[in-house]
Design a protein around this ligand. Structure first.
Ligand SMILES: [Fe+2]
Length: 315
């Protein structure tokens, strides 16, 4: 008998009309027990009986079969025709649902995919158009998808980590009472060029936080903006301080500052009065009056602020 697809040189199969050479060959059964440390499973063949500790071929250890809820089929065969050396391989699609379950989520339907493998509550699949791969699609509804047309990764889950778990990383935490993004990194550069202190935001841990713009840097708050440092320096062509209330020195400062121009006019008018005043009802002569019997008090340091100082020209 001519055997199609057999390679040249292989012996012709022996006639086995009595069945004495017949061995398991590509039979199907379900998994009844697993031995992860041996990478073996017990199989209940469709024809009945039980095969103990069949070696599992491949990188997926089948799960224990549960009717309807978790089907776990394997194909098994006798390696080299040896009854004592039974191997098996999972049949992944039997773990999934078919066209009759069209209302099920796509991750549970084998006929919607080019590749699909389900282990536990995780499914790995490539969609039928061959454009999307779900690196995992979990029953928790978390998934990681690469979409080739959009050239986009979707990493969906309430907690996402990029980097390393214990060192530099970016974390996203959602669906918590304290949702947040954490960037754990010694240096961060954000901007059009992302070159330190050139544009955008330059950050170096414990050293520098630099906001750079050629036009506007804004900080807007409804209540308070705090700048806290041993030295705060404003360098500008013009500084406009435009609030309703300015307090220099402390929040309880109460001394009002003199309006310089008005005070100058007032002071000069007093000088004019002094310079031009005359006394009437007195006789001219060589004598002089005494100084005022109650002297005026000099201005001294108690009238000057210890906090606020100004310079004439900025030099
Ligand atoms: Fe006088």
């Amino acid at each position: 008998m001519v055997q199609p697809f057999r390679e040249a040189g292989l012996p012709e199969p022996m006639d086995d009309s009595d069945g004495e050479h017949t061995r398991y060959s590509g039979e199907i059964g379900v998994v009844r027990k697993t031995y992860p440390d041996l990478w073996r499973v017990d199989i209940e063949p469709q024809d009945g009986g039980l095969i103990h500790k069949a070696q599992v071929y491949g990188d997926t250890l089948p799960e224990v079969h549960i009717d309807v809820e978790r089907p776990s089929y394997v194909e098994y065969w006798c390696r080299g025709g040896n009854l004592q050396d039974i191997w098996c391989s999972a049949i992944p699609w039997r773990r999934l649902k078919g066209p009759e379950s069209a209302t099920e989520p796509e991750k549970r339907l084998y006929h919607k995919h080019l590749k699909i493998q389900r282990v536990g509550d995780l499914t790995i699949r490539i969609t039928q158009d061959g454009k999307k791969i779900y690196l995992y699609d979990a029953e928790s509804n978390d998934y990681c998808l690469y979409d080739q047309d959009a050239r986009a990764f979707h990493v969906i889950g309430p907690h996402v980590f990029w980097g390393t778990d214990d060192k530099n990383r970016v974390e996203l935490h959602t669906e918590t009472s304290d949702d947040r993004v954490r960037v754990v990194i010694p240096k961060a550069l954000i901007g059009r060029t992302a070159v330190a202190s050139t544009d955008g935001i330059s950050y170096t841990a414990d050293q520098l936080l630099h906001l750079v713009s050629t036009l506007v840097v804004k900080a807007t708050a409804g209540q308070e903006i705090d700048l806290i440092a041993p030295l705060i320096k404003l360098t500008a062509d013009q500084v406009v301080v435009d609030p309703v209330n300015i307090k220099l020195g402390s929040n309880s400062a109460s001394e009002q500052i003199i309006l310089g121009n008005l005070f100058m006019a007032l002071f000069n008018s007093l000088i004019n009065i002094f310079n031009n005043h005359v006394h009437t009802g007195v006789a001219s002569g060589a004598g002089t009056t005494g100084i005022p019997t109650v002297p005026a008090t000099f201005m001294d340091g108690t009238h000057l602020s210890d906090v606020a100082h100004v310079s004439k020209s900025g030099a």
